[in-house]
Ligand binder design. Structure first.
Ligand code: GLU
Length: 494
């Protein structure tokens, strides 16, 4: 076992996604921690595509993985699309390399052909389970003679390749979990390839990590049980093992495991619903990590990428599961939205605005800016914006009952709307400002009851139970539109 390195210098780390699904939050987190680790210690971040699963790997998923990593602001020093000295960076292009090492392992008698059929293996497995043993390969083909092997190969008996696993305990110092120990006898001789050009994950990953000079393998805890199997291979190939670090599982709020295939955890989905890349980055990094608490200081949770990099430290990654809390994500997103300049906010909201209101919405930029400025504090995700501001671009549609304040009656509502129309008609256009409107309307609201007067006014303007206040809305809509909406309300209650 390699001794634990205390100081990290120029590490080479990687993310090795399998393109068998859209880029999801779990892989994004692994990518992000590796990226941070590389940046922090002046190392290299590598992107390798693990597409040995031919049936499930799709180019569309690979494209999504790359697109979303870029969107999150990750860059890589080597890997797919950027190249590098240790490629190819797609497993399907490395078959010659795997083949070479499979032959080497067989020649050195560290691996062997296994001709057992699936049916035979199943029977043996059942027998072991009946005896209360944990099922593992019984080693029938471990010591076949060269003649028998030759004969079977000549007769084209199907085979797989197994690694000889020593009956011993393997331990390693996990960067996050400390000492971890596994008893190899529990898993036995693993299949490492289905054929010379059909390597399986644990084998291909070891060959790649070695060839790409990976110094630290940082990945999700779901891979923890693969690590001893990979160490067996490092030993068989007489290669130095890298350091390993397993990030805590991401758990749903009820503490159940978040599923990889669970549609809405794909990064693209979050992007589509209006989460900012910097907010998602910020949120993801807190899934298992938080900055050091300094005495007398409150932990800052809204951080830029640069601030995260500044305080990032693997030692602060927790062992226990990280709960995925969507409310926290929404809060982080809203805080990042507040930090955007109005122009940036408009630009980032563009696809949402255009989809809901068409291109015309951008004709009056001044008006659009005022509307958005008024709502930015309430926006949790960019897609909320269109719902919040809809009434500024389309006449609101609402039932007349909504105009009636709490226990009031239609008759009073009608009287109050009528009163408002007269009151506001007298105001000059220039006086249609927040202050002036308050000066005119508020004393009347005190007399008639705040709710009695202000509620129907607000509903007439926005058509909503919850919206910005009437004194904010009126100056933006202007006198003409305000009066027109009040008249529509009056007609409703006639
Ligand atoms: N291809 C594996 C996955 O997508 C990652 C393997 C590794 O990091 O070792 O889960």
């Amino acid at each position: 076992m390699t001794p634990r390195k205390e100081t990290v210098k120029n590490p080479r780390v990687r993310i090795a996604p399998s393109p068998t699904g859209y880029f999801h939050i779990g892989t994004a987190r692994t990518a992000l921690f590796n990226w941070l680790f590389a940046k922090k210690y002046d190392g290299k971040f590598i992107v390798r595509i693990e597409d040995t699963d031919k049936e499930r790997s799709k180019i569309e998923f690979e494209k999504d993985i790359i697109e979303q990593m870029r969107w999150l602001g990750l860059t890589w020093d080597e890997g797919v699309e950027v190249g590098g000295d240790f490629g190819p960076y797609r497993q399907s292009e490395c078959l010659d390399l795997y083949e070479k090492y499979l032959h080497q392992l067989i020649e050195k008698k560290r691996a062997y052909y296994c001709f057992c059929s699936a049916e035979e293996l199943e029977i043996k497995k059942q027998e072991m389970m009946t005896r209360g043993e944990s099922p593992r390969y019984d080693g029938s083909c471990r010591n076949l003679s060269a003649d028998v092997i030759e004969e079977k190969l000549k007769n084209k008996i199907p085979y797989v390749i197994r690694i000889k696993t020593p009956d011993k305990k393997i331990s390693f110092n996990d960067m996050i979990r400390g000492k971890v120990e596994f008893d190899c006898s529990l898993f036995g001789d693993q299949v490492i390839a289905k054929g010379f050009r059909e390597p399986l994950y644990n084998f291909a990953v070891v060959v790649d990590d070695h060839h790409m000079r990976i110094s630290h393998v940082i990945r999700g805890e779901d891979h923890l049980s693969n690590t001893p199997k990979q160490i067996v291979l490092y030993e068989a190939l007489e290669w130095e093992t890298p350091e390993f670090g397993h990030l805590p599982l991401i758990l749903a709020p009820d503490k159940s495991k978040m599923s990889k295939r669970f549609g809405d955890v794909s990064v693209a989905e979050y992007r589509r619903t209006g989460y900012l890349a910097e907010a998602l980055f910020n949120f993801i990094v807190f899934l298992g990590w938080h900055p050091e608490e300094k005495p007398g200081e409150v932990i800052k949770e809204i951080l830029t990428k640069e601030e995260i990099l500044e305080s990032f430290d693997m030692k602060r990654v927790q062992k226990g599961g990280a709960i995925f809390n969507v409310d926290k994500l929404n809060w982080i997103n809203s805080e990042h939205i507040k930090k955007l300049s109005i122009n940036d906010l408009i630009e980032k909201s563009l696809p949402f605005l255009e989809e809901s209101f068409g291109k015309e919405i951008f004709t009056d930029q001044k008006y659009l800016k005022k509307v958005i400025e008024l709502h930015r504090e309430r926006v949790k995700k960019l897609s909320d914006l269109t719902e919040l501001i809809g009434y500024f671009f389309n006449l609101p549609d609402y039932p007349k009952e909504l105009l009636v304040w709490k226990d009031s009656i239609l008759e009073n509502t009608k009287g109050n709307i009528d009163f408002l129309i007269n009151l506001l008609s007298d105001l000059k256009n220039d006086n249609f400002t927040k202050n002036q409107l308050e000066v005119i309307v508020m004393p009347e609201a005190e007399k008639r009851g705040r709710g009695e007067l202000l509620w129907p006014l607000r509903v007439a303007l926005s058509g909503m139970k919850n919206s910005a206040g009437p004194f904010e809305i009126m100056p933006i809509l202007g006198k003409k539109e305000t009066l027109s909406r009040l008249k529509i309300a009056l007609e409703k209650v006639q």
